[in-house]
Design a protein around this ligand. Structure first.
Ligand code: NDP
Length: 500
């Protein structure tokens, strides 16, 4: 369905985008522009307006009007679902363009970006059905005089803040579900990866979404993002990003209007490998789990907790898998691992690679900066002789850095896996069903993979335990998250309130 732009080349001039309010693209005008340089090629690829707080107010007001006059929530699930279905088709039709800008701004391989865009279309397909099936409950057992209903209503205006690691995927794990619920929204994408969010706003309008239901304001997190989390007229905020900014969201909600929060934050996710696993499959999964998206992935399997009897041999297998990865130009169809998205993240990752060695861990392989002339690339690093107190074992590095922690017993494996403030995701590798299920039950994580990793789809919800966040996105739970519950008591026949 999609036509590859062959050969893929850099844009001759950066594409200039406007922001998006009330169904229309708003050109930058006199506003400052933020220029994005491709992290893999260091050339300018997009220019995006830096919105003002007045622009944000205009966007929130548009979303508020669209919510209050019921132009969207009043349509009914079937009509909302039809818009989402058309959006899915349009995403597929424009997949090449979306993937191209995703790769240019983020640095991820084009083949991976295409796969993500197709997965996003699937999110819209699935959520279109949820728009029709969303329902509440009834109580017909309250006695002859009373009937009880529990209804779900859209929360209202949703603020959505998305990060730079999966700009389109994380967006589409939320937007179709938010819209299926009947809410309207204002999105603030990361300033460095805003293009594909703006493309989605255009697509939704073309698909028939009424004006004002999806608005996009662009600019930095510290200015426009902060203003959004503090906004008095936003009913709910969905935030994905660092635990530090997640904490700010909680504080801002308390200071402002107690807006409802959905938070997907960091992770330090265990990959637990037992000696009885298919070790080749497991090594493949562990290598993929740490190198995918250059490790800039909240669900990266960054702690390899491996049975001691096979630990050394297994580390060699993982090393061999990592050595075969094709790292480099993300516009090359064959590339498997692309660039580090931001200069700040590049420094953070190298800082951890250095601190790991200073703290006494042994760097088995990787951790090198690839000299490509321009761009930022780091080869996947594997550390052994790691103790649980080291920063590389405790902190979310958000880069291709794997630490190895051996265990002797099942209880010890579970104890190490749970020795973190996070609880986002985990994988277990074992051919023994008892082992796999015991680990799945006892490790605290919102997403679990058994003999695989990083699998997903629109049906299965996302979200974390503990400091990895609040609430769930995607699946039936994802649409319910954007609703609130109303209890309705219906009197049947005559009633006297004072019992007379
Ligand atoms: P942030 O949490 O700062 O960024 C995530 C999003 O929040 C971006 O849209 C950002 O906008 C926005 N933002 C930043 N500051 C504020 C604020 N004060 N109020 C409202 N919104 C804000 O992550 P970083 O980009 O700084 O990355 C730092 C670390 O965060 C990484 O090393 C990683 O550990 C973690 N992270 C986790 C992610 C996840 O998926 N769980 C995703 C990204 C990062 P802008 O980018 O325009 O500043």
């Amino acid at each position: 369905m999609t036509q590859a732009l062959t050969p893929l080349s850099l844009p001759p001039v950066p594409r200039e985008f406007g922001f998006f309010v009330d169904g229309k693209v708003v050109p930058a005008g006199t506003r400052d522009l933020s220029e994005r340089r491709s992290p893999a090629h260091d050339v300018p690829v997009t220019r995006i307006p830096k919105c003002t707080t007045a622009d944000l107010d205009t966007a929130v007001a548009a979303a508020r009007r669209a919510f209050e006059d019921r132009r969207w929530s009043g349509l009914g699930g079937a009509a909302r679902g039809a818009v989402l279905l058309r959006a899915a088709a349009l995403i597929r039709a424009r997949a090449e363009e979306i993937a191209y800008f995703e790769t240019l701004e983020n640095g991820k391989p084009i083949a991976q970006a295409r796969g993500e865009v197709m997965g996003c279309a699937d999110m819209f397909d699935y959520a279109s059905g949820l728009a029709r099936s969303l329902h509440g409950d009834s109580f017909n057992n309250l006695g002859d005089g009373l009937f009880g209903l529990v209804t779900r209503e859209p929360v209202g205006v949703v603020g959505l803040i998305t990060p730079w690691n999966f700009p389109f995927l994380i967006l589409c794990e939320r937007v179709p579900y938010i819209l299926a619920s009947g809410c309207t929204l204002v999105v603030k994408p990361s300033e460095v990866t805003s293009a594909t969010t703006l493309l989605l706003a255009e697509i939704l309008t073309e698909a028939g979404l009424p004006d004002g239901c999806m608005n996009v304001v662009t600019g930095s997190g510290s200015s426009i993002g902060q203003a959004l989390i503090e906004h008095m007229d936003v009913d709910m905020l969905s935030f994905t990003g660092s635990t530090a900014v997640g904490r700010r969201c909680v504080e801002a909600a308390g200071r402002s209007n107690f807006k409802k929060l959905g938070l997907e934050l960091g992770g330090k996710n265990p990959q637990i490998v037992f000696a009885d696993a298919d070790l080749d499959d497991a090594a493949d999964g562990v290598a993929f789990g740490i190198a995918f998206n250059a490790g800039q992935c909240c669900v990266s399997g960054s702690r390899l907790i491996v049975e001691r009897s096979v630990a050394e041999a297994f580390a060699q297998r993982v090393q061999a898998k990592l050595a075969r990865l094709r790292i480099g130009d993300p516009l090359d169809e064959a590339t498997q691992v692309g660039a580090i998205t931001t200069a700040a993240q590049h420094d953070i990752i190298l800082g951890y690679i250095q601190s790991g060695q200073e703290e006494g861990a042994r760097l088995l392989c990787g951790g090198e900066v690839l000299d490509t002339g321009e761009g930022r690339f780091i080869t996947p690093a594997v550390f052994t002789d790691v103790t649980r107190e080291m920063a590389i074992a405790r902190d979310e590095v958000f880069g291709p850095v794997l630490v190895i922690l051996p265990f002797d017993t099942l209880d010890e494996a579970i104890e190490i896996a749970n020795d973190t403030v996070y609880g986002l995701a985990a994988s277990v590798w074992s051919k023994n069903i008892d082992t796999a299920l015991t680990v799945t039950r006892r490790v605290r994580a919102g997403r679990f993979w058994v003999n695989t990793t990083l699998a997903g789809g629109p049906e299965l919800p996302l979200g974390g335990f503990r400091q990895s966040g609040w609430g769930r996105e995607a699946g039936v739970y994802g649409v319910e998250e954007y609703t609130q519950i109303k209890s309705v008591h219906v009197e049947i026949g005559k009633r006297t309130h004072w019992g007379e």
